[in-house]
Design a protein around this ligand. Structure first.
Ligand code: G3D
Ligand code: MG
Length: 184
């Protein structure tokens, strides 16, 4: 008989304020946030369980609550995280521009605390731009520059791309750690 295993993955979601981090997590987990950490480390998290091949995956998505600049540094926020999602907004305004420019800052910060783990880029609010206005080359360049695992265009409003994007990282982690546990 096949034994069921349990995996616990912490995934942190970072990026400028108002790009949609909290909305994306809510859309995916459909759950509520646990906010005990907001006062101490400025973060909140939401839990989500998922079964793959009979194994139980227990996920914790951590999100910055307020104080969203890349000087927000707390090792507890990044501690033992297995993957990172950087979110920016595709909006054609200052938020869109700045949140893209700041990807570099967010990347440099996370690299200090947790290097060598998969980093994904979510270009959010895709519902606010028309498809042919998206500069894919610009996104692909930054993905290549920082060796991001993958990028997705998402909308926390319509749900476009959201479940697919989160599932890609969850499956990536599952198969990585499943293999490690199988190989002893
Ligand atoms: P944050 O957690 O990164 O700070 P939030 O961002 O999730 O709080 O979202 C900030 C605002 O952007 C919210 O609007 C939210 O509804 C909106 N938003 C988030 N994702 C999307 C998206 O994909 N498309 C659109 N059109 N809006 C989005 P309010 O008005 O509630 O402040
Ligand atoms: Mg938020």
């Amino acid at each position: 008989m096949k034994n069921s295993e349990e995996f616990r993955f912490k995934i942190v979601v970072i990026g400028d304020g108002a790009v949609g981090k909290t909305s994306l997590i809510k859309k995916f987990t459909k759950g509520t946030f646990e906010t005990d950490y907001v006062k101490t480390i400025g973060a909140q998290f939401s839990k989500y369980n998922k079964e793959i091949n009979g194994d139980m995956i227990r996920l914790m998505f951590w999100d910055i609550a307020g104080q969203e600049d890349f000087n927000f540094l707390h090792h507890l926020f990044y501690k033992e995280t297995k993957a990172v999602i950087i979110v920016y907004s595709l909006e054609e305004n200052d938020l869109g521009k700045n949140s893209f420019t700041h990807i570099e800052n967010w990347y440099n910060q996370l690299n200090k605390y947790c290097s060598g783990i998969p980093v994904l880029l979510f270009a959010n609010k895709v519902d606010l731009v028309s498809k042919n206005e998206i500069n894919k080359a610009k996104i692909q360049n930054i993905v290549k520059k920082y060796n991001f695992f993958e990028y997705f265009t998402t909308s926390a409003k319509t749900g476009e791309g959201v479940i697919e994007a989160f599932n890609v990282i969850i499956e990536k982690l599952y198969f990585k750690y499943k293999q490690l546990s199988t190989n002893g």
